[in-house]
Design a protein. Structure first.
Length: 344
C-alpha cells in the first residue's frame, strides 16, 4: 500500500503501425489511401538525394505533387548515406522547413530515402512541436527489410552511433519495390543481412528460402527480393508490436543480434563498410562466439556464413575488419575488449 502522499497511475497508449507493400506507390492509390487515413493539413516531402537518380520514380513524385489533392510544401532534397546523420545539418534543414511552411502537429512529413535519412528526418519530425506524424518510404534493401519500419530515430553524436535520438513510431511505412531498381549491386545485396538476422531469430523456413534463393537474390531477381523483404519486414514488425518491449526498456534485445559490434565496426572503418556489411560481420562474430562457447554446432555456423558469402560477397569485408580491428591471434570471444562501446 502506498503512503498517503504518493499516487501512481498506470496508463497505455493505443497505436496502429501501418505497413504497405507496392510497386507503384504514387499511381495505385497506396500512398493516397494511407495519407487520407491521417488527413493532414499540410505535407512536407523530404527526399534523399540518392533517390533523385531514379528518374522514373522521380517523374511519379513530380506528377503526384503537381496533381495531389493534399496541400504539399516544396520538397526538400537532403544528402544521403551515413553523412546525413553524422551532424545536425539534415535535422536543422527539416526543422527550418517545418517552421517556414507552418507545419503543425496536424501536418505530416513524407520522407523518401535510405535508413540514415529516415533516422535523421524522423528525429527532426519527432522533436518539432513535440512530434509531427511521419510517413516513411524506405529506398534501400536494408531500410525496407528492417530500419525503415522500426520505432527508432537518431543521429550520431560525440562520434557515437545513434547517441542522440528518440523512440517514435511512424504513422505508416510504404515499401515500394521500384525504389530498389537504382541501387548498385553492393547496396542491393548488403541490406539482406537484416533479413538473414531476423530469419535466424524467428523463422527457420525463411532462412532456408534465402539459402535456396541466394543466386536469384544476387542476380537482382525482383520477385525473389520482394518476397524476402516482405517476410523480413513483417517479422521485424511483429516483434516490435507484439514482443512486449517496443521501446527497449528491458534487457533482451533480440533484433540487435550482430549489432553490438556492427555499429562500432562502421565507426572504426570510417563507414567504409555499409551498415548491412557491418551487420553481416557482426552476425558472423556472434555466431563464431556461439561455436566457441559450445552453444552452436560448427556445421550450422558454416552454413550461415556460406549464406552471407553467397548473397553479400562479404568474405573480403570480414577479413578486412578482423585484420584491421583486432590484434593477430585475438580470440573471437575477446573481441569485446577491442570493440569497446556497446551500440546505443
Amino acid at each position: 500500500m502506498l503512503p498517503s502522499n504518493s499516487f501512481d497511475s498506470e496508463f497505455s497508449v493505443s497505436w496502429t503501425h501501418r505497413l504497405r507493400f507496392t510497386d507503384s506507390s504514387f499511381n495505385d492509390g497506396t500512398l493516397d489511401t494511407l495519407i487520407s487515413t491521417l488527413s493532414p493539413l499540410k505535407i512536407l516531402p523530404v527526399i534523399d538525394c540518392g533517390v533523385t537518380t531514379n528518374t522514373a520514380f522521380m517523374d511519379d513524385v513530380t506528377n503526384w505533387l503537381a496533381n495531389s489533392v493534399f496541400e504539399t510544401s516544396k520538397p526538400r532534397i537532403v544528402e544521403g548515406g551515413e553523412v546525413s546523420k553524422n551532424s545536425m545539418r539534415v535535422v536543422d534543414q527539416v526543422l527550418e522547413d517545418i517552421n517556414t511552411n507552418n507545419l503543425c502537429r496536424k501536418s505530416c512529413v513524407l520522407v523518401i530515402g535510405g535508413g540514415a535519412v529516415l533516422d535523421a528526418v524522423g528525429y527532426a519530425a519527432s522533436i518539432a512541436h513535440r512530434g509531427i506524424p511521419i510517413i516513411r518510404m524506405p529506398s534501400t534493401t536494408l531500410a525496407q527489410c528492417d530500419s525503415g519500419l522500426g520505432v527508432k530515430n537518431a543521429v550520431n553524436y560525440f562520434g557515437k552511433k545513434n547517441f542522440v535520438g528518440v523512440f517514435d513510431p511512424p504513422f505508416g511505412v510504404v515499401n515500394d519495390i521500384r525504389l530498389l531498381s537504382s541501387l548498385d549491386n553492393r547496396h542491393w545485396c548488403s541490406g539482406l543481412s537484416e533479413a538473414v538476422k531476423v530469419a535466424l531469430i524467428k523463422d527457420e523456413t525463411f532462412f532456408e528460402e534465402i539459402e535456396q534463393q541466394s543466386a536469384q537474390l544476387l542476380n537482382r531477381d525482383l520477385t525473389a527480393m520482394g518476397n524476402a523483404i516482405q517476410k523480413s519486414a513483417i517479422l521485424h514488425l511483429e516483434h516490435i508490436t507484439n514482443g512486449g518491449d517496443p521501446f527497449e526498456r528491458l534487457n533482451a534485445r533480440p533484433l540487435d543480434f550482430g549489432h553490438w559490434s556492427a555499429h562500432k565496426l562502421e565507426q572504426i572503418t570510417n563507414n567504409s563498410l555499409t551498415h548491412g556489411e557491418a551487420v553481416s560481420i557482426g552476425l558472423v562474430i556472434d555466431i563464431k562466439c556461439s561455436v566457441a562457447l559450445g552453444l552452436l554446432d560448427n556445421a550450422i555456423a558454416d552454413r550461415i556464413v556460406s549464406v552471407f558469402a553467397g548473397i553479400n560477397k562479404i568474405k573480403a569485408a570480414i577479413e578486412y575488419a578482423t585484420v584491421r580491428c583486432m590484434p593477430r591471434g585475438t580470440c573471437v570471444c575477446n573481441i569485446a575488449l577491442h570493440l569497446t562501446h556497446c551500440k546505443q
